[in-house]
Write a protein that binds this ligand. Structure first.
Ligand code: HEC
Ligand code: HEC
Ligand code: HEC
Length: 134
């Protein structure tokens, strides 16, 4: 009897690290603009990003190119690094989303569209949606 309990305890200990490293996959994210980072035009509204849907359709590291190791259980927000207010540098807020690379929203959507895998999304219909008050 004692032996069985020992085995059960050992088994639970084996499971523990996996439980501790569990991570969440947010469903919807309103992307926060870093401080001192002004929108380029009045129509550029905050983006509500259907994250959960994307995370089902694409591997995590298709976007989280840094710190995307599941065993670390850590997925850093893009804006922790991409926060500069310029529109040319890769490290800018703007270029994380509007870049030819498929890590960026526009880059991946463009590639998918060219492959006939998704309809075109315009700036204001797709991402920077107008709120009802406007
Ligand atoms: C299509 C791109 C894309 C895919 C695929 C994706 N993510 Fe994300 N994820 C993002 C973006 C963009 C953010 C918001 C970053 C920001 O606000 O700076 C985010 C944020 C997160 C956050 C919140 C980070 C924080 O502290 O604010 C977690 C956790 C996360 N993702 C986990 C995952 C996991 C796990 C997967 C795979 C199962 C995944 N993501 C797949 C783009 C993606
Ligand atoms: C830990 C810092 C860090 C995080 C977090 C991060 N990036 Fe990056 N990212 C970089 C660096 C550094 C580069 C390379 C910059 C250069 O080449 O000038 C880069 C490059 C890029 C590029 C262009 C080149 C390429 O390899 O695709 C895109 C697009 C991009 N990141 C999007 C994202 C998105 C989207 C997220 C969040 C899902 C994210 N990044 C999270 C640091 C980070
Ligand atoms: C790796 C590829 C990839 C990246 C990166 C990506 N998307 Fe997408 N996105 C897709 C695909 C594929 C679809 C079409 C999904 C479908 O068929 O419903 C889509 C659809 C969408 C839609 C329409 C969703 C709907 O419910 O109709 C929005 C909005 C969107 N993406 C926003 C974003 C934003 C914002 C980012 C960057 C933060 C982003 N996407 C990054 C692949 C990507």
């Amino acid at each position: 009897m004692h032996r069985i309990r020992c085995l059960a305890a050992a088994f639970l200990l084996l499971l523990l690290p996996t439980a501790l490293l569990a991570y969440e996959v947010p469903k919807e994210i309103i992307i926060k603009r870093p401080e001192k980072n002004q929108p380029m035009a009045a129509w550029v509204k905050p983006v509500t990003f259907p994250h959960g849907k994307h995370a089902v359709l694409n591997s995590c590291d298709s976007c989280h190119h840094e710190e995307s190791d599941r065993t670390l259980g850590q997925f850093l927000p893009c804006t922790q690094c991409h926060n500069k207010p310029t529109v040319t540098e890769t490290s800018s807020f703007y270029m994380a989303w509007h870049n030819d690379s498929t890590h960026s929203c526009l880059g991946c959507h463009r590639k998918m569209r060219e492959a006939g895998k998704m309809p075109p999304l315009s700036c204001t219909r797709g991402c920077h949606k107008k709120t009802e008050a406007q």
